[in-house]
Write a protein that binds this ligand. Sequence first.
Ligand SMILES: *[C@@H]1O[C@H](CO)[C@@H](O)[C@H](O)[C@H]1NC(C)=O
Ligand SMILES: *[C@@H]1O[C@H](CO)[C@@H](O)[C@H](O)[C@H]1NC(C)=O
Ligand SMILES: *[C@@H]1O[C@H](CO)[C@@H](O)[C@H](O)[C@H]1NC(C)=O
Ligand SMILES: *[C@@H]1O[C@H](CO)[C@@H](O)[C@H](O)[C@H]1NC(C)=O
Length: 504
Amino acid sequence: MVHYHRYIQLRKGVAVATYVDEEDACVHMSGCNKRSKPKLVFFLLFCTFFSSCLILAPHLLPFPTPTLSLLYPSGVDHEDVSDSKINACSSVSNGTICCDRSSIRSDVCVMKGDIRTHSSSFSVFLYGSKDLGAGDEQFQQEKIRPYTRKWEASTMATIDELTLIAKNPNASDNRHKCDVVHDVPAVFFSTGGYTGNVYHEFNDGLIPLYITSQKYNKKVVFVILEYHDWWITKYANILTHLSDYEPIDFSGDKRTHCFSESIVGLRIHDELTVDSSLMEGSKTIKDFRDILDNGYRPRIQGLIQEEERENAQMKNPIKLVGELDKPKLVIISRNGSRAIMNENALVKMASKIGFSVTVLKPQRTSELAKIYRELNSSDVMVGVHGAAMTHFLFMKPGSVFIQVVPLGTTWAAETYYGEPAKKLGLRYIGYEILPRESSLYDEYESNDPVLRDPNSVNDRGWEFTKKIYLDRQKVRLNLARFRKRLVRSYIYTMKKRNEMVRSQ
Ligand SMILES: *[C@@H]1O[C@H](CO)[C@@H](O)[C@H](O)[C@H]1NC(C)=O
Ligand SMILES: *[C@@H]1O[C@H](CO)[C@@H](O)[C@H](O)[C@H]1NC(C)=O
Ligand SMILES: *[C@@H]1O[C@H](CO)[C@@H](O)[C@H](O)[C@H]1NC(C)=O
Ligand SMILES: *[C@@H]1O[C@H](CO)[C@@H](O)[C@H](O)[C@H]1NC(C)=O
């Protein structure tokens, strides 16, 4: 279990945090070999970066206050995004390539005209232009790696690069012929990089794909670099709600695909969210969640029918009527580092308060529809900070998300999960543990900076954060203290239910 957490200062005091909880990366080994080496190199490189950040901008380091909006990439991105910038390249004229490289998170190129793929040379050709440089055979060339972690040089180095080439129509003699002509636009993107980790699959994959493609209303073909069959299978339920067409494996499919419009690269707004002010039709993260709901519905209904059939065949069908009426609490359970050591006692306490409690252990092989079903029908989700918190996206707006925040992880917990959860309309409670609730309390003197001043430890460098707080810390909840949050959540849920009943 490796956990990468990096902060890099970019131009104009812009700081971007990079955060990879690797607990379930390298699931699918094909992507791993390629990744592991550059990562190691990057890790070393990063340490250099990091220390220079320290010198250049100590105030940009991950202090645990959510008020540090400077650190928050969104604050940055939005500041200078004017309307024209949002729509940069939206009015690209026929026969030209327009690349918007203004975002620190991703580049996006738009092409219109006679577009033809050429996968063996990792190129996409565009033939013809309005204003030709006379005599030039080739008049524009752009290179792009279609992945949303532009500021992470070493990650990007592992992403396949596409060359977009605009050619003189007079060179039409050597125009390669179309094998498949599509009458809808294409969106090109990569499922390489950190794909394999659920946080990144949503943050750098599905949500940006939604942001970029939803305006086509499913009349769009996805052309995927570093295509993985498992990814297509895992997200089939969602992909069919984003596109009516079979996705294309760019390097595996050697045919020439022809389009009249293409977007290469994905737009991204912020951590696990959709900024409605940047969307056509003012779409929000709730609209993205609706896609999940519609996507998983058929499978969930199938599961329910199956269970009903099985129940009907049993002599003593399971009756849990009372249980069904109780507010439902789900604990997203971790094993190993950042596990809750007294999880059983927590379950007992929550049941006593009145919750029906489920303990979920999402595995990389878990079927997402089943996790969705569980969370979509829950009132409260509890979990310790980590990539699995991404599943807050499966909670209904208006429900409660309690994130247990281990020592030294406050900033990351808020930035990557707390703030995005609020944007989805969840009632978010960040439970910052006290030193005594950390397993580190058993290892360090009570006045050690590790317990007393995690910021100072984080300031010493990423490797300390990782080694001490992420990989070696477990949580032993102070149940009397935690109970208050649960009771509050219980009352909130019951009140909400009563209001719903009254308004009916
Ligand atoms: C765009 O350019 C292509 C190739 O030059 C041409 O075939 C097509 O008709 C043009 N479309 C429009 C709408 O001008
Ligand atoms: C294309 O060919 C036409 C006719 O041969 C010529 O007039 C024109 O200048 C050429 N355009 C370019 C960009 O070479
Ligand atoms: C999720 O929960 C809502 C509200 O209870 C329900 O209407 C919806 O059908 C559920 N979604 C799925 C896919 O089961
Ligand atoms: C939890 O981790 C331990 C040791 O790392 C392992 O033996 C055990 O099988 C794991 N349990 C689950 C449910 O993953």
